[in-house]
Design a protein around this ligand. Structure first.
Ligand code: ZN
Length: 162
């Protein structure tokens, strides 16, 4: 086992759950899928496809960029990882317990790109909820089907704001 930087979400637990979920959906827990989820679980930085590819390559030098992209697409579609699109249409990925059910409130540091999720102090200052029947109203009035929403803040993390 390599070094594992524990995220406060309990990443090893998520990996096990994701493995079971993948198998439950009839997908094999292939090496690239395992490697990519592991790469996402190790850091607490926001990773784009290229950085995931570099990390994956350190586990398996034979892994190809096309495989990484394909795997990211699949895992995103299955809601095992969440795609975050920041300003410039650049996609980043993070591991999540369940992107559909979980409404994540997180903060992304503009400077070091660290993700701060499930931060009690941050969460205690924020109260965000959809209006009753929001999903139905949005579908009816805006013709937009929402199945998840994420709230993120940007700024400087505790280390960078010093
Ligand atoms: Zn920072």
């Amino acid at each position: 086992m390599g070094k594992v930087i524990k995220q406060n979400t309990g990443s090893s637990n998520i990996l096990e759950k994701h493995e079971n979920k993948l198998k439950g959906l009839g997908y094999k827990f292939t090496k690239p899928r395992r490697i990519i989820m592991r790469a996402l679980s190790e850091g607490s930085k926001l990773l784009d496809a290229d950085s995931i590819y570099m990390l994956a390559k350190s586990y398996d030098p034979k892994i190809g960029i096309a495989t990484v992209y394909r795997t990211l697409e699949l895992l995103t579609r299955l809601n095992l990882i969440c795609r975050i699109i920041l300003g410039s249409e650049k996609s980043y990925y993070m591991l999540s317990k369940d992107c559909r059910k979980e409404t994540s409130i997180y903060m992304i540091c503009d400077n070091c790109k660290r993700i701060i999720a499930n931060n009690k102090c941050l969460n205690s200052s924020i109260k965000i909820r959809l209006r009753d029947d929001a999903e139905e109203n949005i579908l009816k009035n805006c013709k937009i089907k929402i199945d998840n929403y994420q709230v993120f803040f940007t700024g400087l993390c505790d280390k960078c704001s010093k």
